[in-house]
Design a protein around this ligand. Sequence first.
Ligand SMILES: *Cc1c(COP(=O)(O)O)cnc(C)c1O
Length: 386
Amino acid sequence: MTQSKPSGLQPRTLAAQALGWEEPETHGVVTPIHVATTYIRDPDNQYRNGFVYGRPDNQTVKQAEAVLAMLEEGKEAMVLGSGMSAATAVIMALPAGAHIIAPTIMYWALRNWLMNDAPTYGYTTSFVDTADLAAVKAAVQPGKTKLIWLETPSNPLWTLADIAAISEIAHAAGAICAVDSTVATPVFTRPLTLGADIVMHAATKYLNGHSDVVAGALVTREANDFWAKVRRVRSMHGQILGPFEAFLLMRGMRTLHVRAEAQAKAALSLAEKLKAHPLVADVLYPGLTTHPQHALAVRQMQGGFSGMLSIRVKAGEQAAVSTAARVAVWKRATSLGGVESLIEHRASIEGAGSPCPTDLLRLSVGIEAVDDLYADIDRALRGAND
Ligand SMILES: *Cc1c(COP(=O)(O)O)cnc(C)c1O
């Protein structure tokens, strides 16, 4: 595989060309999917090309990782079988007995795992409001806290965490700071440049962008001992992403900037319109000047505030549920970040113990015409309130 990588180019240029890889035999602009599970040894039994076996080593995976490391301005990247496997690989690489600080508002399945499963492996977690720096500081258990996990903007209330400030708190405590940046995407925020040690993505969402791959990603600021441990977890637990999925992910990342920018622009426009809607009590979106952390959003997110927002329906839970039942253009489905717009009543999904208000609908804005999206939800809101 040959690669020509002129320096000084912008990330969107490098991403559009998948770093300029070329297939040497045909000069194809798309590289083949490498499916081999094993590689021939040198006559003296060495593996000088670095490829030993399919569980740790795959060239299609490595290419997707190179694009990711470039996008996040990191040292190295790893792709894994899902966002959850990426997150849990970081945690399983912590020393036994480690204490973790995580947000009260976060992706529900990871909160659930930290609460119910991680303790069986010896990890304890304190859930704190990560918008409150004093609360984060107070939660540190000296000598014991090894990881501060952030998610910003966080699901499904779109609260922000100050990555630079919390990375400092983590480092002062001898802990690392890892950021689930799925919603921000590397287009709007690059946590490693703000001091975070590891950035995680549910690549299932914006990075792939077409709702047809389940994948996770990690990118590190330094190729240090901890990163080697995470790599060992991926290899030993067999969590590497399959080559076909890695290929699709790489294809998705080529259009990331165009999609993410269009989605954020549409989300801001919908947030502003819905804020003025008579049947909507509140709109949660960091791009609105009324968002309590708008100043931090402006400082930490460049070029957009993501394609995710939530609305709170004035008439309450039943009206919210029947609004979601009445939409036609929006698709009633879980997940986010695809080109098609999705709507979901989160409280029913997250179940007992969820901090999500029952009148809340989560909207993942796709790339359809904004007028079509607005007209559809307006019709559904009015119908639900008849
Ligand atoms: C979807 C999601 C995850 C989990 O990713 P999977 O690929 O579904 O395992 C983690 N964090 C956030 C913010 C997500 O949206």
